[in-house]
Write a protein that binds this ligand. Sequence first.
Ligand SMILES: Cc1cc2nc3c(=O)[nH]c(=O)nc-3n(C[C@H](O)[C@H](O)[C@H](O)COP(=O)(O)OP(=O)(O)OC[C@H]3O[C@@H](n4cnc5c(N)ncnc54)[C@H](O)[C@@H]3O)c2cc1C
Length: 375
Amino acid sequence: MTGMLRSRPVTIVGGGVAGLTAAIALRRRGAEVAVLERAPAIAEVGAGLQLSPNAMRVLDALGLGPAIDAVSLPSRAVRLRDASGSDVVRLDMDGHRPGARFRLIHRARLIEVLEQAAASAGVRIELGRDIAALPDAPLLIGADGLHSHVRASLNGREVPFFTGQTAWRAVIDDENAVPEAQVFMGPGRHLVSYPLAGGLRNIVAVLETREWQDEGWSRPDDPANLHAAFAGFGGPVPGWLAQVKAVHVWGLFRHEVASRWQDGRRAILGDAAHPTLPFMAQGACMAIEDAWTLAACLDAAPDQQAALARYENLRKPRAAKIVAAANANARNYHLTGARRLAAHAALRLGGRIAPGAVLSRFDWIYDFDPVAETP
Ligand SMILES: Cc1cc2nc3c(=O)[nH]c(=O)nc-3n(C[C@H](O)[C@H](O)[C@H](O)COP(=O)(O)OP(=O)(O)OC[C@H]3O[C@@H](n4cnc5c(N)ncnc54)[C@H](O)[C@@H]3O)c2cc1C
C-alpha cells in the first residue's frame, strides 16, 4: 500500500459483486468511495455462486474470509454424471489442491457480506440512483453489469447474440447434502446443482432451444416447463425437481469482451467488461479478481492514466481466455450420439488412470493469485 489513493474521490456505478468488492479494495487503500446503485435496496435474487480459490484469495486478503465462511459451505469436489445419474468422473478438489478454498454461497449472502464490509469501512452507498447520464467524476468506475452504460460510453453500442440456450434457476430445501457440485450432462441440456448453507440446494438447468428468452434473470416461469425438459434425467434429479415450487428462466446471450476497458478517467470491471456464459462459474470470481487488480494498480502509480492502462493490460487477456473456456464448456456438456459416448468414456478413463491430469486442465484458472500478482 502506497498511500497514493488517500482521500482520492472514486465514483462507482453499480453495487453488485464487482462494485462492492472494488469499493472495499479502494477504500482499504485510502480512497473516498461512493457507490451509486439503481436498486432501492441492495437485494439479490435467489441463486447460488461457486467461489473458487482465485477469488477466495482476494476475499481473504480483504479480511472477508471469516464472514464468507460463516455463510457458505466448502466444495470438496465436482462430480460429472450422465443424464441417467451414472458417474462419469469425480474431480476431487480437496485432494488435488489441499488448502485451496472452493466455497458454495448464496448470492444474497455474498452481497450482504460485501455491503456490510463496505459500509463499515466508510464507503458511501447511495441507493435508488439510476445512472443513465454519467456523472462527471475524476475517476468513474463502471460496475453496472450486463447492460453497462459506462461500457457503452467507452465502446459504443454493441449487440449481443442469443446462444440458443435458456436456463432455469431454482433453490430448494436440502438438509445434510454432500458438499460437492454435480453436473448432469444430457444431449442438448445439462443441470448443475450444489448445496448452500442453511439447508438449501441451488439448481441451474440449461436447455438448447430455438425459443428466444429475454436476457436478464428475473423472469418467473412455470416449474412444469423445467420438469418437462428434464423428465428423462435420473439419479437425484427427479426428486429435486419435484420440490421446485418457483423457478426463473433467462436467455443466455454471448457478448464480446469489451475492446476498451478505460480511457484514463473511466474504467469498467465485472460483467460490464466481460459478461460470460455461466459454464465455468467464473463471472463473479473474475469480477472479484478485477476489483483487486484495479485498486492495486491505482495504488501503485501516481499517474491515473498509466494505472488504468496497466489494469486493462493485466486483466483483459485472462478474462478473454476464461470467457472462451466457458463457451467451449457449453458445447462439451451438451454432446449427442457417438461424440457424447466417446467424450464420456475418455473422461471416465482419465478420471480412473490420471485424475490429476483431468483436474490440471483448470489449474490456470484456480491457481491464479491476483494478490501475489499485484500486491
Ligand atoms: C445462473 C448463473 C450462475 C452463475 N454462477 C456463477 C458462479 O458459480 N460463480 C461465479 O463466479 N459467477 C457466477 N455467475 C456470474 C455472476 O453472477 C456475475 O458474473 C456477477 O454477478 C457479475 O457481477 P457484477 O457486479 O459485474 O454485475 P451485477 O451483479 O449484474 O451487478 C451490477 C449492478 O449494477 C447495478 N446497475 C446496473 N445499471 C445501473 C445504472 N444505470 N445505475 C446504477 N446502478 C446500475 C445493478 O442494479 C446491479 O446491482 C453466474 C451467473 C448466472 C446467471
